[in-house]
Design a protein around this ligand. Structure first.
Ligand SMILES: O=C(O)COP(=O)(O)O
Ligand SMILES: [Mg+2]
Length: 298
């Protein structure tokens, strides 16, 4: 049964239960670029209480450095080794698990965050932010785009410049069963500016539907994200709480990872009613209107 945190004495009791807080970003720390009220105060309270902080985002448009700039821009303290976006977990997977051969490239249906993280681990890539692909497809394309043995993987994420041409390229590359099909995350919607728009999972769905292939997903709620985190930072899972806004990624991730607890905030995707739906697939241990409430005193 989920416990709603509504009063300052509950906030203190909750915070005292955990030594580590893992934070989702979109819908928790901010909505798009809009700050959420009181988040800065809560983060300062946690830091001053000696809590360990880790940031874990499914948003693959940004690299670790990009994320550190954004977190700092919101007046929240962060160190690079505390930041784990899905572009980072995906690059780690391609390098260390897939072990892409040197002569192979990754075709990216996504943005600069994925390119930067693949660069960091020395994996060659194509597509992504290549502006020459931001155009209509033509008959020459349809005569020439075919499976390409130099493409060892198609890696999809949020792509705000997606085109039919890019879909044609990814579709053809994925006709080769030796070409891996990877997603940074499968979030159906993206919370921003107080509303929602199609998310990474909706950008990649046309490829899932057209190829009939099932991609490997490298963000929350899957183990590959936790494997990337524990390779970078030590923490006690049983004393850790995941704070997120989406039940089927963030709260599910907390359960899959055996964390000590989970807190759903109601400033992003999931709503209070979903917690009480009959046979709700996943329920948080705690929930609160907004992360900023935790800093409120009696
Ligand atoms: O980019 C998304 O869709 C979600 O990102 P988040 O994991 O930081 O909420
Ligand atoms: Mg979120």
């Amino acid at each position: 049964m989920a416990i709603k945190l509504e009063k300052p004495d509950q906030y203190k009791e909750f915070l005292d239960k955990f030594d580590v807080f893992l934070f989702d970003c979109d819908g928790v720390l901010w909505s798009g670029n809009e700050p959420l009220p009181g988040v800065k105060d809560t983060m300062e309270l946690l830091r001053s209480s000696g809590k360990q902080i880790i940031f874990v985002s499914n948003n693959s448009t940004k690299s670790r450095e990009d994320y550190m700039k954004k977190i700092n821009a919101h007046e929240i303290e962060a160190k690079l080794e505390e930041i784990y976006p899905s572009a980072y977990s995906s690059a780690i997977y391609v390098k260390k698990v897939l072990k892409l051969p040197e002569d192979k490239k990754v075709f990216i249906l996504g943005e600069g965050g994925i390119e930067s993280e693949l660069d960091r681990v020395g994996v060659k890539h194509t597509g992504g932010t290549d502006a020459s692909l931001r155009r209509a497809v033509n008959s020459d394309d349809l005569n020439t785009i075919r499976p390409d043995p130099s493409i060892g993987a198609v890696l999809c994420g949020m792509d705000r410049h997606v085109t039919y041409l890019k879909y044609c390229m990814a579709y053809q590359y994925l006709q080769d069963p030796n070409c891996a099909f990877l997603l940074t995350n499968q979030d159906s919607t993206f919370p921003t500016n107080g509303t929602f728009f199609p998310g990474s999972g909706s950008i990649s769905y046309p490829l899932i539907f057209s190829t009939g292939r099932t991609p490997k997903i490298l963000g929350k709620p899957y183990d590959e994200m936790m494997e990337a985190i524990v390779a970078g930072v030590n923490f006690d899972r049983k004393k850790a709480c995941f704070v997120g806004d989406r039940l089927n990624t963030d709260i599910q991730f907390a359960k899959n990872s055996g964390l000590g607890g989970s807190l759903l905030v109601l400033t992003g995707v999931s709503q209070e009613s979903e917690i009480y739906e009959k046979d709700a697939p996943v329920v948080p241990d705690y929930y609160i209107n907004s992360l900023g409430d935790l800093a409120k005193k009696a």
